[in-house]
Design a protein around this ligand. Structure first.
Ligand code: SF4
Length: 364
């Protein structure tokens, strides 16, 4: 009898997963906390083997580009309709660096590249911002404007030393995607991931739970992403119910179980919580083998009414921007787990690449 099958029968303590069917079984069986205990322990062992021992906090500047979708996504109450000027972005970066951040994500809304445009989508906009950031601060830069980049845009960002490009697929079930993201195009998002893969550009993607996807969809999404060696970061986030689009929502327990299965399938991957994830999900995410990056601060265009929520302090950056800093609250949560969450770079404990680690597990 195969080791993995034995381990499944005895509660899933083994770190190897053979195929989609086994992954689904382990995900489902872990609904029982007694079984989840073994799954989570195996996932944590892999994280300890491949990643830094403590989490690191990064920052997200959500002011890079406007969203041009006429029909916004169901889970996006405030799509950015305008973007920061170069001076805004540089001021925000200085404010974040002063707080200690060394890894900044430049994110925003989307604009699909149009055939024949010399510089499609948001290429020109984000290249301008990256050049300004490069001249102003010494930080790692990521760019996430969804499927708004062309191949030439990706090439230029790579030449500029951008650490990664982000493009969430959110949900791989086309019908659910269409219902929750009526103005968006899944095929365009997959195109960008394939472009990054071809161009050797590291990338980040996101899985959203609770939009109406099945267990099979969730596991299938992990296996789909597993085919990309340039995938370096995966964010997971769960959503509340959206009755108007028949999205049932997802609780913290399925999120934790999927985190653990993701760790077993992608041992060296940075499995983060998305920047819009709830802070209360942190302990289970960490116990389930998540890590090692969490978003500690976000910057947006200031709205008319801004409210602190007890876990987030608000700092004005000039008159147009607001910086939401939840690092102190996150660090308290991590300190409860005996962890010292650093703001800044963090170091990988192992030099092995995601591709190497994937080769050590069977293909699905
Ligand atoms: S594409 Fe992004 S910014 Fe635009 S509506 Fe959807 S989630 Fe919001």
């Amino acid at each position: 009898m195969a080791t993995t099958t034995l381990s499944l029968i005895h509660g899933g303590h083994d770190a190897a997963i053979g195929d989609k069917h086994e992954a689904l079984e382990r995900y489902r069986r872990a609904a029982d906390p007694a079984v989840a205990d073994g799954l989570f322990r195996a996932a944590r062992r892999l994280r300890e083997q491949h990643l830094a021992p403590a989490p690191r906090l990064s920052a997200d500047l959500r002011i890079a580009a406007p969203c041009t979708l006429r029909r916004p996504c169901a889970f996006c109450p405030h799509p950015p309709r305008s973007a920061g000027e170069v001076g805004d972005v540089v001021a925000a970066a200085h404010a974040l660096v002063a707080l200690g951040y060394r890894r900044l994500r430049l994110s925003g809304g989307i604009r699909f590249p149009r055939p024949g445009e010399p510089s499609g989508g948001h290429d020109a906009q984000v290249i301008r911002l990256v050049l300004a950031l490069r001249a102003a601060v010494d930080v790692d830069i990521e760019v996430d404007v969804g499927p708004s980049l062309t191949r030439d845009g990706v090439r230029t960002l790579k030449q500029l030393g951008v650490a990664a490009v982000g493009c969430a697929l959110d949900v791989l079930n086309p019908a659910v995607f269409e219902r929750c993201k009526p103005g968006d195009r899944l095929t365009e998002r997959i195109r960008l991931l394939e472009t990054c893969e071809r161009e050797g550009m590291p990338f980040r993607s996101t899985i959203r739970l609770g939009l109406g996807e099945t267990d099979e969809d969730r596991i299938g999404h992990l296996f789909f992403l597993r085919r990309f060696p340039m995938l370096r970061h995966l964010d997971l986030v769960r959503h509340a119910a959206y009755p108007e689009v028949a999205a049932p929502g997802c609780g913290p327990w399925p999120l934790a179980r999927l985190t653990a299965v993701a760790r077993l399938l992608l041992p060296t991957l940075d499995i983060g919580l998305a920047s819009d994830a709830g802070i209360d999900d942190v302990p289970l995410w960490w116990l389930a083998g998540g890590g090692s990056e969490a978003v500690g601060a976000t910057v947006t265009m200031a709205r008319r009414r801004e409210e602190e929520d007890g876990e987030t302090r608000l700092l004005a950056v000039g008159e147009r921007l607001v910086l939401r800093d939840r690092a102190p609250a996150l660090q308290r949560h991590f300190a409860d787990l005996g962890l010292d969450a650093g703001i800044g770079d963090g170091q990988r404990a192992s030099p092995s690449s995601p591709a190497q680690a994937r080769e050590s597990t069977a293909e699905g």
